[in-house]
Design a protein. Sequence first.
Length: 181
Amino acid sequence: MHLIFITVLLALSNANAFVNKQKELRVTAFSWQNCGPSSDPVQIKSLTASPDPVLVPGNLTLTLTVNVASTIPVDTHAALTMERKVGGFFVKIPCVDNFGSCTYGDLCKDWASACPKYFEKYGIPCSCPIPPKTYTISDAVIDIKGHLPSVGDGEYRITADLGSSAAHLGCIKLQVTLKSD
C-alpha cells in the first residue's frame, strides 16, 4: 500500500524537475483502479484526491485505504509506466532523469525516507518488512512544488506494478488529465 503510494509520490516529486514558472497545471480528471489479479496481497480499497481540480504547484490532499494481506518484504521493487495520449493512442514516456517509465529497485529505502514526513503520524510503519493489515491514511496533505511545462497538457495513464523476488504484490493504474491555465 505504502509502496504504491510512494511510487506515485516519486512520479509527482520527480516532475518538479521540469520547472517553468509561467504556467500552472490543473488536474481536471482523475481515476484509479487495481490492475493486478484479485489474489495480489496489496489491494487499494479507496483513494480520493482533492481539491478538484488539483493545482500544480499546490497542495494535494489524499485519503487512502489499502488492504495488505501478506507481509511486504524488504526487496520490494516497482515498475512505473507513464503513457501520454497522442492522436487517440497512449504512447509510453521513456525514463529520463528518474521521470517517466522508470523502475525503482529499492522501494523500501525510498519509503523509509518519505514516510516519516507524510505518514508516520497515521501509525504506518516506515520501514520494511511491512506487516499485513488494512491501512488508512486520512487527509494527508502533500505540497507539490515547482511548475510543469505547458507541454505537460494532456491525458496520462500511470501504472505502478509492485513485486519482490518472491511474488507479485500489487498494481494500480491512474488516469490523469492535465490542463494548463
